[in-house]
Ligand binder design. Structure first.
Ligand code: DAH
Length: 340
């Protein structure tokens, strides 16, 4: 075959082969096949020496043209492959903005915490200061300083979780009364929200529960002031129509003491299942601070008087939300919790 025909054949074959190239690897081996050291075009160029003097300018020119054409064709194929690959990558990474988004599950306060916060707000608006204390307590703070020594029968009313090192889980928030009075001189006006623990488990008791304790100490504090504060609290919490009644009771740390009932929030006092057909629901314990408690913290009971109260938060949440079994508060079932 003459030189001219060879060159034309090479060009035609290369151009045709380029049509089928789908990947950069194939393109590279094709480039080597034509332009490599042993490549077809390279071989022909090497054979230029054998071409006669007369033909050489013509064949040389043709060879250069073929090389230029093929170089350009390879370049074009390379560019086409690159933009194809880029397009594929973009398609693979594309975000489908027509898909509905995933809603983040946003949290909110647990119903017991909602109730606790409301109680706190009502008392802080009456000028009470929020104070907290440890849940792991000593017998001294939980019982002795609250006028409940170990031989005191009231001690048996609390089914206490004892720790192995002589500490215990506080059975009420009342020990913080003692801690607060040790830290501050009278007058004092505090509430203590927090957890308490007792060995107890049924529809109205969980081993961990919440209380809000209240304590006011000043000169000449009277029982009627206690009533005023509690009535005001109950009306804000349960509505203006709420009635309140005090029943004589016993607590070691107050004298006199009372259990405090409100008119039933369901039947408004007529009598129904919620209030056991009495028309009344007990919500808290309260009383005038016992002089023994003042002595335990070096307050002079001749100088100061005070009142204290303590309420169960789950119980109050229950009146707000009407939960048949308060244990459901702590089962972490989102279907339950989402309702609040
Ligand atoms: N600590 C009592 C209890 O857990 C509640 C209580 C009653 C607290 C009377 C008081 C109080 O501060 O004066 O049952």
């Amino acid at each position: 075959m003459c030189m001219k025909a060879k060159l034309e054949a090479i060009q035609a074959a290369a151009l045709e082969a380029l049509q089928d190239v789908k990947t950069a690897d194939v393109l590279e081996s094709l480039r080597i096949e034509y332009f490599g050291r042993r490549g077809k075009l390279t071989e022909v160029m090497k054979g230029m020496g054998q071409v006669s003097k007369e033909e050489r300018p013509i064949i040389g020119k043709l060879a250069n043209e073929v090389r230029a054409t093929l170089t350009e064709a390879f370049e074009e194929t390379k560019n086409a492959l690159e933009s194809l690959q880029q397009e594929q990558q973009l398609n693979a990474e594309a975000v489908d903005i027509t898909l509905p988004g995933r809603k983040p599950a946003y949290g909110k306060a647990h119903p017991v915490m909602q109730t606790l916060e409301r109680i706190d707000t009502i008392f802080t608006q009456m000028g009470y200061q929020v104070v907290t204390g440890p849940e792991v307590e000593t017998e001294h703070y939980n019982f002795d300083a609250l006028n409940t020594p170990s031989n005191h029968p009231a001690r048996d009313l609390h089914d206490t979780f004892y720790l192995t090192d002589g500490h215990l889980l506080r059975t009420h928030t009342s020990p913080v009364q003692i801690r607060a009075m040790e830290n501050q001189k009278p007058p004092l006006r505090i509430i203590v929200p927090g957890k308490a623990y007792r060995v107890d488990y049924d529809v109205s008791h969980t081993p961990m529960f919440h209380q809000v304790e209240g304590l006011l100490v000043d000169r000449h504090v009277t029982f009627s002031e206690l009533k005023g504060v509690l009535v005001s609290f109950a009306r804000q919490m349960f509505g203006d129509q709420t009635q309140m009644r005090f029943r004589p009771h016993f607590f070691p740390f107050t004298e006199p003491s009372a259990e405090v009932d409100i008119s039933c929030t369901v039947c408004r006092g007529k009598g129904c299942r919620t209030c056991g057909h009495t028309g009344w629901i007990e919500i808290l314990g309260a009383g005038a601070v016992d002089p023994e408690v003042f002595r335990a913290v070096n307050y002079d009971p001749e100088e100061v008087t005070g009142f204290a109260f303590g309420m169960g938060v789950e119980r109050i949440a229950n009146l707000q939300f009407r939960i048949p079994d308060i244990r459901t508060f702590y089962e972490n079932d989102l279907r339950f919790l989402h309702q609040f």
